[in-house]
Design a protein around this ligand. Structure first.
Ligand SMILES: [Zn+2]
Length: 273
């Protein structure tokens, strides 16, 4: 599932290649992906405009449009990708990870298309059809973006209340952008147990988690997605910690499948060693 790094890759793709190109037509016929809008509603309001900026907070992405037009929200769902085609038909893609078993791209998996006057396009390609396109998406319920949260904000948000720290990392209303794989990577990098209670974290734990968050985001954006994290390959039965060789443990934390090092992340208080 796309997390902050995948969405950022899609956002920068739009920012680099899709802005300031006049929209000549819009295919918004997929009433499920474009709900609650009716067919033609997005086309009517977007045709003739240009995208002027591509923004993101957490996993939410939206484009500003020219002439005081509405914001165009594009959510990648569980595996959606953005495909931007240049006027000379070169396509660049970004978003959810490309699956090794990917079947040839089918036209019906293009769920939403902006056709530019120059002949190119911007497409939401989403085989699973869990993406979403809507005007003026609300982002008020989201906490600060995980890539922009300050150390002091993070310390406050990560230690408040008394839930498992992994559940807190996944709570988009507190810190926006961290999903299941990124949370396991951050906790492993910081050597903090996923079930450590937020109110038991020491300042040193919170600061180590903050540094791990920044490093994991940078690495995932550079390497092409959260699946490239250092501990991700060890998230399976019989997996061993890539750092110390201890057996990986598995459980459900925050409602999600969770893997952690049985030695370095053993203490529920989040205290190392
Ligand atoms: Zn270990």
């Amino acid at each position: 599932m796309p997390e902050l790094p995948e969405v950022e890759t899609a956002r920068s793709l739009i920012a680099d290649g899709a802005l300031h190109r006049r929209i000549a037509d819009v295919d918004d016929s997929d009433t499920f992906v474009c709900r609650p809008h009716s067919p033609g509603e997005l086309r009517d309001v977007l045709t003739g405009r240009t995208l002027t900026a591509a923004r993101r907070r957490g996993k939410a992405m939206w484009c500003e449009t020219s002439g005081d037009g509405p914001d165009l929200g594009i959510h990648l769902g569980m595996g959606g990708r953005i495909v931007v085609t240049t006027e000379d038909s070169r396509a660049v893609e970004g978003g959810g990870p490309r699956r090794r078993d990917a079947q040839p791209r089918k036209a019906e998996w293009d769920r939403f298309t902006l056709k530019f006057a120059d002949g190119g396009s911007l497409v939401l390609f989403d085989k699973r059809r869990l993406g979403r396109v809507r005007l003026n998406p609300g982002i008020d319920a989201l906490g600060p973006d995980a890539a922009e949260v300050t150390p002091a904000e993070f310390r406050d948000l990560i230690t408040r209340g008394s839930v498992a720290v992994k559940a807190r990392l996944l709570d988009q209303s507190k810190i926006a952008g961290v999903g299941n794989l990124l949370a396991d990577e951050i906790l492993w990098q910081a050597g903090v147990s996923p079930v450590a209670r937020t109110d038991r974290l020491r300042r040193a734990d919170a600061d180590r988690l903050y540094r791990a968050l920044g490093a994991a985001l940078d690495s995932a954006i550079t390497r092409g997605g959260v699946h490239t994290g250092d501990v991700i390959q060890a998230r399976h039965p019989g997996g061993t910690c890539p750092r110390c060789g201890a057996e990986m443990r598995h459980g459900t934390v925050g409602g999600r499948s969770t893997w952690w090092c049985s030695r370095e992340q053993a203490s529920p208080a989040g205290v190392q060693g």
